[in-house]
Design a binder for this molecule. Structure first.
Ligand code: SIN
Ligand code: CO
Length: 411
C-alpha cells in the first residue's frame, strides 16, 4: 500500500473519536452506502460533482437536469397540501390568472374554497413544507453540499393546467424539482429586470426567455439569482422549490444592532462640572459633542461578537415554529434509550456550529472539548447512531436530555 495512503488512514483513526469509528464489517457497508450516495448526488447535479456544479453554475448559469431524481414520487398528496394551506401557522398563497393579469390571495384557505376553484389557471403555493412533512425535510437535506445556513425551505406549488405565477425573477438561487405532472419553463438571463407597475405580483415588464423546456417528474432546473423565469402547468402538476437563504445586508445590520442592544451596558451619565454661561442657548456645543463621542465609543464590537450574532441569527427558528416538549424521562432512562436507538434532531431544529460555539434554535453555547466532536457530528448529520450515543461524556448526555425535554430532538 502506498505509504502516504497508509499514513492518512492512521491519522484518520487517530482523529476519529472511538465511538464514531465503525467496526470492520460496518465500515465496508458504510463505504458502499457512501459510494451510492455520491453517485445519486452526481446524478442529481446532472453528472457534476458538488465542486464542479458550484464552480460552473452556482450564482452563474442555469442548469436543466433531466432525470435528476429518477422515479421520483410526490412526497405529499394534493389533499395533504390543501390541509397545510388551511393552517394559520403555514404560509400559503393562491395565484389566479385573470383576463387582464394576475390576482393573489394570502392563506389560510378553507379546503372547500380550494376544491371549488376553476379547472384551469391557478396555482397554490405553500411555504416551509419541510417543517411539517418529514420526507420534505429529508429531500431538503439532500442539498447538504450547500451549508445548512444557506438552505431556506421547501416550497410546494400545486397548479391546475395553465397555472403559474407569471414571468419573474427571484433574489435567491433555486432548484425547481418537478414532483408530478408537467410544467413548461421558459427562462434566461435578462438584464432588464423592470417590473410591471401596480400589480400584486412581481411580473417582468419585458420577458425575453432564452430557453424553453417542459419538465416531467424527477427533472430539475437550477436557476441562479435574478434569472428570469416563467413556469406554466401543462397538466395538473406539483413543483417543489428548494430555496436558499441570502439575507440582505440591511436586514443583517438591523438584526446585529438588536443583538448588540440586548447586551449593551454603557456606564455613567452626562455631566458638565465645567459648564460656562450660554450666550447662544440653542447651540449644541463642542464640549457636549466631544463628551458624547467619548461615552458612545464604549459601544464596540469585534469579529467574535459578529460570529456569535451570526450563529444565533442563522439558527433562529422560523416565526411560526413552536417546539412541543418531549416525553418526560429521567436522565438515566434517556441515556439508556439513546444508547439503544440513537438520536435524531427534530426537523425544525437548527443546530449549527463555528470554531468557538454551538448554536441551537437561536441560543449559543460553548462546548468543552470532550463533547464537541459528537455534537458537531450530530449537527452535520442531524442524527447520531446508537453506538455513538453509548459512549458520550456525561455532560453531553445532560445537554441532549435538556434538548429532548425542550422538544429539540425527535421523540
Ligand atoms: C411555482 O412553483 O409555481 C413557482 C416557483 C418559482 O417560480 O419560483
Ligand atoms: Co421563481
Amino acid at each position: 500500500m502506498d505509504a502516504s495512503v497508509q499514513r492518512a488512514r492512521v491519522l484518520d483513526r487517530h482523529c476519529t473519536p472511538r465511538f464514531l469509528r465503525p467496526r470492520r464489517g460496518v465500515r465496508v457497508r458504510s463505504l458502499a452506502i457512501l459510494g451510492c450516495m455520491e453517485r445519486a448526488l452526481r446524478r442529481m447535479l446532472g453528472g457534476h460533482t458538488p465542486a464542479s456544479f458550484l464552480r460552473r453554475y452556482w450564482h452563474k448559469e442555469a442548469l436543466l437536469i433531466a432525470g435528476a431524481l429518477p422515479g421520483f414520487a410526490p412526497l405529499l398528496s394534493r389533499h395533504v397540501l390543501f390541509g397545510l394551506a388551511a393552517r394559520d401557522d403555514v404560509q400559503s398563497r393562491l395565484v389566479q390568472r385573470t383576463r387582464n393579469g394576475y390576482m393573489q390571495d394570502d392563506g389560510p384557505f378553507r379546503r372547500a374554497t380550494l376544491e371549488r376553484l376553476a379547472a384551469r389557471n391557478w396555482t397554490l403555493l405553500v411555504q416551509g413544507v419541510n417543517l411539517h412533512v418529514e420526507a420534505a425535510d429529508a429531500l431538503l437535506r439532500r442539498f447538504a453540499f450547500i451549508p445548512y445556513a444557506r438552505l431556506d425551505d421547501l416550497m410546494v406549488s400545486y397548479a391546475a393546467p395553465g397555472g403559474g405565477v407569471g414571468p419573474h425573477y427571484d433574489s435567491y438561487d433555486v432548484f425547481l424539482l418537478q414532483a408530478s405532472g408537467h410544467r413548461r419553463w421558459r427562462y434566461g438571463p435578462q438584464p432588464d429586470l423592470r417590473l410591471v407597475p401596480d400589480l400584486p405580483l412581481r411580473i417582468l415588464a419585458h420577458f425575453t426567455p432564452r430557453h424553453d423546456a417542459t419538465l416531467a417528474p424527477g427533472d430539475m432546473l437550477y436557476l441562479p439569482p435574478h434569472y428570469a423565469h416563467d413556469g406554466i402547468a401543462v397538466d395538473a402538476c406539483m413543483t417543489y422549490s428548494i430555496g436558499f437563504r441570502a439575507p440582505s445586508y440591511q436586514e443583517l445590520a438591523e438584526a446585529f444592532l438588536d443583538h448588540l442592544r440586548d447586551a449593551l451596558d454603557v456606564p455613567g451619565r452626562y455631566a458638565d462640572a465645567d459648564l460656562r454661561h450660554a450666550r447662544e442657548p440653542a447651540r449644541i456645543g463642542k464640549p457636549m459633542q466631544r463628551r458624547i463621542v467619548n461615552a458612545l465609543s464604549a459601544v464596540r464590537f469585534d469579529a467574535d461578537d459578529v460570529a456569535r450574532f451570526l450563529g444565533r441569527y442563522l439558527s433562529e427558528p422560523k416565526a411560526d415554529v413552536l417546539f412541543v416538549p418531549g416525553t418526560r424521562r429521567s436522565r438515566a432512562d434517556f441515556a439508556r434509550r439513546i444508547a439503544r436507538a440513537g438520536i435524531r434532531l427534530d426537523r425544525r431544529t437548527q443546530l449549527l456550529y463555528d470554531d468557538a460555539r454551538l448554536y441551537i434554535n437561536g441560543e449559543d453555547l460553548a462546548v468543552t472539548a470532550s463533547g464537541v466532536n459528537a455534537l458537531r457530528a450530530l449537527a452535520d448529520r442531524r442524527a447520531l447512531p446508537a453506538e455513538a450515543c453509548a459512549d458520550l461524556p456525561a455532560e453531553v448526555v445532560a445537554l441532549l436530555h435538556e434538548w429532548q425535554r425542550h422538544g429539540f430532538l425527535a421523540d
